[in-house]
Write a protein that binds this ligand. Structure first.
Ligand code: 5RP
Length: 293
């Protein structure tokens, strides 16, 4: 019997203590549903409000990228040091052990290769597949100013609609074509369009000038894309500047897995993102961890 009479006097209702109604820690996300928030809280650390995503989805349009030739050998050992793993369903199913507790951001747009026009993508994964794979977010490429701009935007809005039905957030990835200017003006435009049309968070490149205006004018969290491999100190400085100027973390690929010590690099980036470590100190950490390994 769960409610026996003689125990009633012992009940305590804390009448003088109003129940707390807490706001959600992530920018622009307070009005989302519980499942959506719960997934975002697995991607973004609720303590720091930030994330270190490891992007290894390059193969979906460019094949076996340097550093990703053998994901089982080169990437699985470094996964524990990232907060989140961004990849395709093919790699997830064939290589990542299902016992992993790492939050997954699944690449759901595709259909093009480096041999053709990249912006001509479609949605390439059913929502049922994202549910089956228990993902925390779905990533869609958006080509603002690209040849198939409209199609890529509609890909994203469709995923926002479908994902909202099941509580799965959509990450809009702002893609830059070869001939497009990479400046704050362009990224303000691209990120704002994605946010206005419902993306739950947005990945965009860092720009030296006025990046803080990109973050300020985007009403949902921004994560910084890594881009091509640059020296470790430069990559750490870029990550530092991005989070100090308003980004809620990073989604880096080549600057991690093409580094001499990906595990050390992930931890150095983590120190910057979660602990506001300065780039020079983070580089020291990188060198120390690299020498130990
Ligand atoms: C392509 C992507 C890739 O996942 C990712 O951005 C590549 O990562 P990096 O540039 O850091 O190697 O989203 O647009």
């Amino acid at each position: 019997m769960p409610d026996m009479d003689e125990l009633k006097d012992a009940k305590q209702y804390y009448n003088d203590m109003p129940q707390k109604t807490e706001g959600f820690f992530l920018k622009g996300s307070n009005a989302l549903d519980w499942g959506m928030k719960n997934r975002l809280a697995r991607i973004f650390n609720p303590e720091s409000g930030r994330t270190v995503m490891l992007a290894i989805d390059h193969g979906y349009f460019q094949g076996p990228t340097t550093g990703l030739e053998r994901i089982d050998v080169n990437i699985l050992p470094i996964v524990p040091y990232a907060d989140t793993l961004m990849l395709t369903r093919g790699i997830l199913r064939s290589i990542v052990p299902p016992a992993t507790t790492k939050p997954i951001v699944l690449r759901v747009s595709g259909g093009t290769s480096i041999l053709k026009e990249l912006s001509n993508e479609e949605i390439a994964v059913d929502i049922e597949e994202s549910i089956r794979l228990n993902v925390c977010a779905m990533a869609v490429q958006v080509f603002i100013g690209g040849e198939y701009e409209r199609q890529s935007i509609i890909n994203m809005t469709k995923m926002v609609d479908i994902g909202t039905r099941y509580g799965i957030p959509t990450l809009a990835v702002t893609a830059v074509g070869k001939d497009m200017a990479r400046d704050a003006r362009y990224f303000r435009l691209a990120t704002r369009i994605c946010a206005e049309l419902g993306a739950h968070y947005i990945k965009t490149y860092y720009v030296e000038k006025d990046f803080e205006t990109v973050c300020a004018s985007c009403p949902v969290p921004i994560v910084m894309a890594g881009g091509k491999k640059i020296p470790e100190l430069d990559a750490l400085t870029m990550a530092y500047n991005a989070v100090q100027q308003g980004a809620s973390g990073v989604d880096m690929g080549r600057n991690i897995f093409q580094s001499d010590s990906p595990i050390a690099m992930l931890q150095a980036v983590g120190a910057i993102v979660h602990n506001n470590e300065i780039p020079e100190k983070a580089l020291d950490l990188y060198q120390t961890l690299k020498n130990q390994s």
